[in-house]
Design a protein. Structure first.
Lengths: 240, 232
């Protein structure tokens, strides 16, 4: 996978004329994982949706691989290169196979390529036995695996996981965690939001916290490198 | 004047004997109403989708206008179209008055607000994650819209059925701009009105049975669809 970097500068979002957040810089790089935390209503999901191009910011500068983009052209790219996964993934009213191949069909992949990638994904997510089942009838953990397989087949540059570990049992969490690790190893940049810090902080190089509309850098337990952010941002430490 | 029992017996006889005039009226009714639905449905659903999924100036006014149009009586729409389509009217040159095309226009005006408002409610109630998931997986706006429509298809079908129910039994507008011409613009409701005024009930009862049967089928389909929609 080619090295990829995406920078959002001065992201501002207001709701009902109340400033939700004003973030000077957010950088996403291939193969790196950012853990995003914050209390309910702090704007984590909104920020992820802006990064995925699903929600327009009030203000933002977007720089992709060193090239500055306006929101309209960035949106098209973001939809193709970034995949956002909901806390409870939505399953289309179709079989597991059809759900996984949805994105490939819409993006115009050829039939052979779809079949090939689908088989790999079914094996990758261990969904072969239930490939013809209606995806809506699956358990929470199985739905999460389908959602990850649906993203995996499209080889995204960045994966945004919104509370993907909640609503899962221990086994489900373990499997999801393993799958996310595999994606990261393959070079996918990841931003995940979670209230469960023990497991996710092992995965993330950087830990950011949204507080009072500001993005604060948190020192991670296994922080391997400093987050390439504006130095003026306050530094906080968790579990200190 | 026929007794109710003999008129009913005659009506059933007319239906099963394949009376050409009667079945022609039924054919015109269904043909006109189906064509009106085919024209109105895509416009109504597209508008409903835009109104539910996009914020733009005048959106609330548009919803208010369509809600108002829902309760406008058919005769008022008939009268307005009559004025517009009559020879001295602004659209008189089109020579549409007393034609099936005029009836189709009238029925489109009647059913479009109902389909639109019902579809709008369905789109509003739909899970936003459908749109977001489709878009994030690379679907274009049009593809994502079709995905949303497929996922809420039972609600949209219910809107179509309700729209069809509104126009197939409508008499005021069809009578005014169709003219109730035999074998041309006479449909079930206008034929019933005419037969009743003549005091010959058998054909009216036969057509009434067809409408009742259709209402039963439509209601049954609606409840099945609404039930399925809730299950999903």
């Amino acid at each position: 996978m080619k090295p990829y970097s995406l920078t959002f500068q001065n992201i501002q979002k207001c709701y009902n004329q109340r400033l939700l957040f004003d973030i000077p810089e957010l950088i996403i790089e291939s193969g790196k994982c950012v853990l995003l935390t914050g209390i309910n209503g702090s704007g984590k999901s909104t920020l992820l949706k802006i990064v995925a191009g699903l929600e327009a910011p009030d203000k933002a500068n977007i720089i992709q691989n060193g090239k500055k983009l306006d929101w309209k052209s960035a949106c098209k790219k973001l939809h193709k290169e970034i995949i956002y996964l909901h806390q409870t993934p939505l399953m289309f009213d179709a079989s597991v196979s059809d759900n996984i191949s949805y994105g490939m069909r819409k993006q115009g992949f050829d039939r052979n390529s779809i079949r090939e990638k689908l088989n790999v994904a079914l094996q990758w997510a261990d969904l072969e036995k239930i490939k013809m089942n209606n995806a809506r009838q699956l358990s929470g953990g199985e739905k999460q695996r389908v959602a990850l397989a649906r993203a995996y087949v499209l080889s995204p540059n960045v994966l945004l996981l919104d509370e993907s570990f909640s609503n899962l049992d221990t086994e489900g969490r373990k499997r999801t965690f393993e799958q996310i690790c595999k994606l990261k190893e393959e070079g996918v940049g990841i931003i995940l939001t979670s209230h469960e810090l023990t497991q996710t902080s092992r995965l993330a190089e950087h830990h950011l916290n949204i507080e009072n509309g500001q993005l604060l850098t948190m020192q991670n337990t296994n922080n391997v490198e400093p987050y390439p952010m504006n130095n003026t941002l306050p530094l906080m430490q968790i579990n200190a | 004047m026929e007794s109710i029992s003999s008129a009913s017996f005659h009506a059933i006889n007319l239906l099963f004997s394949g009376d050409a005039e009667l079945w022609n009226i039924i054919g015109i009714s269904f043909s006109v109403s189906l064509r009106a639905i085919i024209f109105a449905a895509p416009i109504a659903m597209l508008l409903a989708f835009v109104m539910a999924y996009h914020r733009f100036v005048g959106r609330r006014i548009l919803i208010y206008i369509f809600n108002t149009l829902l309760s406008v009586p058919a005769v008022v729409i008939g009268l307005t179209l009559y004025i517009l389509l009559s020879r001295s009217g602004p659209l008189g040159n089109l020579k549409l008055l007393f034609t099936q095309d005029a009836m189709i226009i009238g029925q489109i005006v009647l059913c479009l607000p109902l389909i639109l408002i019902m579809s709008h409610t369905t789109f509003q109630a739909s899970d936003r994650r459908i749109w977001e998931t489709a878009r994030t997986l690379g679907a274009s706006r049009a593809q994502a819209m079709l995905t949303v429509m497929y996922e809420i298809r039972f609600g949209l079908l219910a809107a179509l059925i309700a729209g069809f129910g509104r126009i197939i039994a409508e008499v005021g507008c069809s009578m005014m701009i169709g003219g109730n011409i035999l074998n041309h613009t006479r449909n079930i409701p206008t034929a019933i009105a005419l037969e009743t005024s003549k005091g010959t009930f058998s054909q009216g009862i036969a057509l009434g049975i067809v409408l009742l049967l259709m209402a039963m089928i439509l209601n049954l389909s609606l409840s099945i669809l609404q039930g399925r929609g809730q299950m999903v």
